[in-house]
Ligand binder design. Structure first.
Ligand SMILES: NC(=O)c1ccc[n+]([C@@H]2O[C@H](COP(=O)([O-])OP(=O)(O)OC[C@H]3O[C@@H](n4cnc5c(N)ncnc54)[C@H](OP(=O)(O)O)[C@@H]3O)[C@@H](O)[C@H]2O)c1
Length: 338
């Protein structure tokens, strides 16, 4: 099968087109013909080698964490999907590889594609929507009337997190640059802070939750907007001991993550707030819940650019500018046609 292959780890290492053996689905797997695949910064970080201690993938490797496509075969124990179904997914860690014609996905990671979305639109959602869901619904359990700050509201995670927080009844503030103010307001943001000209901690106070996806400085300043009992959830680090334990990481990494997060955990405790690092996981059941919200029109994907599959490296270069508004997706239509 055609695939885009990472031959060796390296910063901004180009992926090369090539052939990989087609996957053989196991009894609980669904073989999916990928029609569109979303890009995530996680793919770029794995390519650079930054995630080797946590996700030790061997090269040659097919990257890609998001897909939408059509079921071509199912394993003997699969009960929820059949050949011809339109599906979308964030395959679980250890079994990624959506930048390819075919992928075998565990049934538990899959959901039926929302009927009102194209393949490209559906492929933009799984990783970022599951991240927002696991942060706001599962971890923070956001309640109506709470105040939530979403950093980088114009980004992949932010565009969905704003909508989800509004859906949960929160008042939502977000940071972005002035050029994206209209976009985030259209998604439901009540308060927009231009991070280039304003300091968000001077504008906001008494917040129940901050979802951080930015650097250490933003993380530290985020503590100042929380009220006592508030929650700081970061998806950009530092990892904490609970994460190391949940991932069954070795003692060295457990100690390292304990040390890396000691400062922010200590400051959070002093202020009477909690700090949690979130590393999203595949979950087809939650993705099904997200699909329902999409079908009722309460959640919508935001797509910045769509690239043909053979321009995947250009698509990576674009997301790595840090300026994407919503998601970047590659379409595999032409790849299938060749
Ligand atoms: N732990 C997890 O499970 C998990 C899951 C998903 C993502 N992540 C991580 O979360 C981070 C964000 O991911 P993403 O896909 O949402 O990013 P993204 O789509 O690449 O974010 C781009 C957006 O960020 C905005 N931005 C850049 N610098 C900003 C700043 N200082 N303050 C506010 N907004 C800023 C940009 O707006 P302007 O052009 O206006 O600057 C742009 O619209 C990445 O590091 C990613 O790896 C982690």
């Amino acid at each position: 099968m055609k695939a885009s292959i990472l031959g060796r780890y390296g910063k901004q290492q180009a992926l090369r087109p090539g052939d990989m053996p087609a996957p053989t689905p196991g009894p609980n797997d669904v073989l999916v013909r990928v029609e569109a695949a979303g890009l995530n910064m996680l793919d770029a970080k794995i390519r650079d080698g930054a995630f080797k201690p946590i996700l030790p993938y061997k090269v040659p490797l097919v990257l890609g964490h998001d897909l939408a496509g059509t079921v071509v075969a199912v394993g003997a124990k699969v009960s929820r999907f059949k050949k011809g179904d339109a599906v979308f997914a964030r395959p679980r860690d250890g079994r990624i590889g959506t930048f390819a014609e075919l992928i075998a996905v565990n049934e538990a990671d899959l959901a039926t594609k929302p009927k009102n979305l194209s393949m490209v639109e559906a492929a933009s959602l799984p990783l970022v929507a599951l991240t927002a869901w696991q942060a706001l619904v599962e971890s923070a359990q956001v309640k109506p009337g709470q105040k939530v700050l979403i950093h980088a509201g114009s980004g992949g995670v932010g565009t969905i997190a704003i909508q989800l927080a509004k859906l949960l009844g929160a008042t939502v503030a977000t940071t972005t640059s002035a050029a994206n103010a209209d976009l985030v307001r259209a998604l439901g943001a009540d308060v927009v802070v231009d991070y280039r000209s304003q300091r968000f901690e001077n504008e906001l106070s008494g917040y129940d939750l901050v979802l951080n996806s930015q650097d250490a400085d933003t993380l530290q300043r985020s503590l100042k907007v929380l009220k006592r009992g508030g929650k700081l959830i970061s998806i950009s680090g530092p990892p904490d001991p609970a994460f190391a334990k949940a991932q069954s990481l070795n003692l060295v990494l457990r100690l390292l993550f304990r040390l890396m997060s000691a400062g922010i955990r200590r400051k959070a405790k002093r202020l009477g707030v909690t700090y949690t690092f979130l590393f999203m996981r595949a979950d087809g059941h939650q993705l099904g819940g997200i699909a329902q919200q999409v079908e009722t029109g309460t959640l919508r994907p935001v797509i910045d650019r769509v690239y043909p599959f053979d321009q995947l490296n250009d698509a990576f270069a674009y997301i790595e500018t840090g300026r994407a508004k919503g998601k970047v997706v590659v379409s595999l239509d032409a790849a299938h046609a060749v």
